[in-house]
Design a binder for this molecule. Structure first.
Ligand SMILES: [Zn+2]
Length: 89
């Protein structure tokens, strides 16, 4: 089940399974390393779905830029809707 993921850097991230990526035309393949994973993370600021390994590594090096926030928010709202997520779930 897709769910919103809290993270220390405040990025908007949705955890979802490979099957759920099909709702947005994905096939459970990481946009960073091109490997398959059963669960991964949609990262709104990148508009990408990363496998667990790449997500963890990305989170370590990622820097939040204020100017990306409107883009991130728009992507996030769109994918949240697509994945059937509601606020505070
Ligand atoms: Zn990956």
């Amino acid at each position: 089940m897709a769910k919103i993921v809290e993270n220390k850097k405040g990025f908007m991230v949705i955890e979802c399974t490979a099957v759920e990526t099909m709702k947005f035309g994905g096939i459970g393949i990481c946009d960073y390393c091109n490997e398959a994973d059963t669960t991964g993370y949609y990262i709104a600021v990148l508009n990408c779905w990363y496998c667990r390994k790449c997500y963890t590594e990305w989170m370590e090096r990622a820097i939040f830029y204020e100017e990306d926030a409107p883009f991130e928010k728009r992507n996030f709202e769109y994918y949240k809707e697509l994945l059937g997520l509601k606020d505070n779930e």
